[in-house]
Design a binder for this molecule. Structure first.
Ligand code: HPA
Ligand code: ZN
Length: 324
């Protein structure tokens, strides 16, 4: 039997689709709740794990936003990011571009300096240990475009820390085109652009992310495979797809890992990558995503190496240690 774990551990990897708030493990959630006197609707850590029984993105997002209420102080944001970086380093990840959701913290009264102070300190320390780390500011798409503009303004002091802006949260009913102007403004400010599209939303949302927003990468992109012309476009332009197999399984985007489209994406010549999305919620960090998918789809060693190489080809390399 192929020792996928050893093969994957050996490969250097970039992780490009990780929501830092989605790396909040139940143990830390409980510790921070106590430290900050935030009450949680769970009696113990096991009860939290049992609650992670989602059947769609919307169910997950409810728990995700509830869980992050425990993040209050600068040290909370530091400890959260620090724990994720160390976990990624143990998985032989050498380059990270991580998302954070400023609106989800600003809107509950956490000052931007508290959030950024903690994230930047952990980011700096990780860079000092030798890994490349960049930050991507995500807009919450269930909120308005005006609120996205406000988020851009409220984070202005820290813009040099971000490599890109992204778009996450509830996809269906919130098409990329809703954010056309704020993405244009972000481009003018020099940001790279990414957007979640085609996770639950239709192929049209992937087209919009490409043609209306002008993104450099698509986050997820699973449903692009329903549209041959879109597949041809993604192949022609080698648009990176940051795919998240265990997330797709947990959120019922796929019925089983053996039905996961990542091998078909490679067969189509697409620039697909493997990522963990919200590892504390979806049952695995990046190596678990590679290994469990490889087992389910009988991936070859060459396919695993291509996926790892793709992760660097898809990365915003360059001056990643200095933000932008
Ligand atoms: N999809 C959309 N929004 C999100 C996700 C996701 O998988 N994780 C955190 N915010
Ligand atoms: Zn995501």
């Amino acid at each position: 039997m192929t020792d996928y774990r050893a093969i994957v551990q050996e490969l250097p990897k970039a992780e490009l689709h990780i929501h830092i708030e989605g790396s909040l493990e139940p143990d830390m959630m409980f510790d921070l709740a106590q430290r900050n006197r935030v009450s949680l609707p769970y009696d113990n850590v096991e009860a939290v794990r049992q609650a992670y029984d989602f059947t769609c993105l919307e169910d997950f997002l409810g728990l995700y936003y509830a869980g992050m209420q425990v993040l209050r102080e600068e040290s909370d944001f530091h400890d959260l990011a620090d724990a994720y970086f160390r976990r990624a380093e143990a998985d032989h990840v050498t380059h990270i571009e991580y998302f954070f959701d400023p609106q989800a913290h600003l809107d509950r009264g956490v000052p931007i300096g508290t959030i950024m102070g903690g994230l930047m300190r952990a980011t700096r320390e990780a860079r000092e240990r030798g890994i490349e780390v960049s930050i991507i500011l995500c807009f919450l798409r269930h909120l308005t475009e005006r609120e996205a503009f406000q988020a851009l303004e409220k984070t202005a002091e820290y813009h040099t820390e971000f490599i890109a802006v992204g778009l996450d949260s509830s996809e269906v009913g919130n098409p990329p085109s809703k954010f056309e102007r704020v993405f244009a403004a972000a481009r003018d400010l020099g940001f790279k652009l990414v957007a979640h599209a085609g996770e639950e939303g239709p192929p049209e949302y992937v087209w919009e992310a490409l043609d209306v927003l002008g993104v450099d990468r698509i986050d997820h992109g699973n449903r692009a495979l329903e549209d041959d012309a879109l597949v041809a476009r993604l192949r022609r332009d080698q648009v990176p797809l940051t795919v998240c197999p265990l997330s797709n399984l947990k959120l019922a985007v796929v019925d089983s890992l053996s039905a996961h489209p990542i091998k078909r994406m490679l067969d189509h010549g697409l620039l697909a990558t493997v990522n963990s999305d919200d590892p504390a919620y979806f049952g695995g960090y990046v190596n678990d995503n590679y290994v469990r998918t490889a087992r389910a789809l009988d991936l070859t060693e060459t396919e695993l190496a291509i996926l790892a190489e793709n992760s660097f080809a898809a990365a915003f390399l360059g001056d990643a240690t200095a933000g932008r």
